[in-house]
Design a protein around this ligand. Structure first.
Ligand code: C2E
Ligand code: MG
Ligand code: MG
Ligand code: MG
Length: 280
């Protein structure tokens, strides 16, 4: 393994690789246990109408409360769940929990239009049972399919394009919505966008950040909204943090917004109060 001269560096590199592999293996074991021990839970962030501020939906965001490491964010453990195959079990649990919870909110608040957005990873979407999992979550929760929207990033949609298109068509036939998450951050061309049976574009936070200050960002967001409208897609701006950004989005005729300036992700029990307050 060790080459003449460069040996130390290669050895150090291998040691580091081993350490990383060990860490991943260890965390993989922890994640398996997390499922059994109910350490995973969902937070929910409101998505509101830009003009009226009425609550349209919630986005389910997974969290892991690790007994010693504390709160672990999805960006850290979802890739691990994908590598270990645990994503299928986790994803099924997210779908089921989020649909049931939404039906409960609808009944508690009398708002039967309240929708739920669920993030789906590319690996999960490729699974042959995925559409059945969605059907089962809808059946068990008695949630109307039109109240469920699945979020996939552009990047995941373009992986295995033909099977993705087939699955998307099946989901659309069920009446489930499909949102392109982090829109603008990937490599999708207009050619692909035209072929995707998506229903909603979620404009990536990177374009919203400087919206009020940067003319290029404003031009891009304006173009995304116009294009969305032309293609019959609604638009959601992600990561809205200031009232100025929200004002610009209103001027630009964006449909919905989501972000800290409106509301951070909430615990399930906090949502009932939030929705009830907003309906007053
Ligand atoms: P995402 O779907 O694009 O979710 C948006 C992320 O932005 C969330 O981070 C949310 O908490 C955060 N956020 C919301 N408002 C603001 C804001 O105003 N400013 C800023 N800076 N951030 C804001 P989170 O919860 O850490 O999730 C990160 C990513 O993990 C998600 O990105 C999604 O891709 C993935 N994820 C979350 N839950 C799930 C899940 O149940 N399944 C799968 N497969 N992936 C998930
Ligand atoms: Mg999302
Ligand atoms: Mg996003
Ligand atoms: Mg993201």
């Amino acid at each position: 393994m060790a080459k003449k001269g460069g040996g130390n560096r290669v050895e150090r590199y291998c040691a580091q690789m081993n350490e990383e592999a060990m860490h991943r293996l260890e965390m993989g074991g922890h994640l398996r246990r997390a499922i059994e021990e109910n350490e995973l839970f969902l937070c929910y962030q409101p998505i509101v109408d830009v003009h009226t501020r009425a609550v349209k939906a919630m986005e389910a965001l997974i969290r892991w409360r690790h007994p010693t490491l504390g709160l672990v964010r999805p960006d850290e453990f979802i890739p691990l769940a994908e590598e270990t195959g645990l994503i299928h079990e986790i994803g099924r649990w997210v779908l089921k929990t989020a649909c049931k919870q939404t039906k409960r909110w609808q009944e508690m608040t009398g708002n039967d239009q309240l929708a739920i957005f669920v993030n789906v990873s590319a690996v999960q979407f490729q699974h042959e049972r995925f559409v059945d999992d969605v059907k089962q979550a809808l059946r068990q929760s008695r949630l109307s399919p039109s109240c469920l929207h699945l979020e996939l990033t552009e990047h995941s949609m373009l992986r295995h394009l033909s099977s993705t298109l087939r699955t998307m068509d099946e989901l659309r036939k069920l009446g489930v919505g499909i949102a392109v998450d982090d829109f603008g951050s990937g490599y999708s061309s207009f050619h692909y966008l035209k072929r995707l049976p998506a229903t909603i574009l979620k404009i990536d936070r990177a374009f919203i950040e400087q919206l009020h200050a940067n003319a290029s960002d404003e031009a891009i967001v304006r173009a995304m909204i116009t294009m969305g409208r032309g293609l019959g897609l609604e638009t959601i701006a992600e990561g809205v943090e200031t009232p100025e950004q929200l004002d610009r989005l209103r001027d630009l005729q964006c449909t919905y917004a989501q972000g800290y300036v409106i509301c951070p992700p909430l615990l399930a029990e906090e949502v009932t109060m939030y929705v009830t307050e907003k309906q007053k």
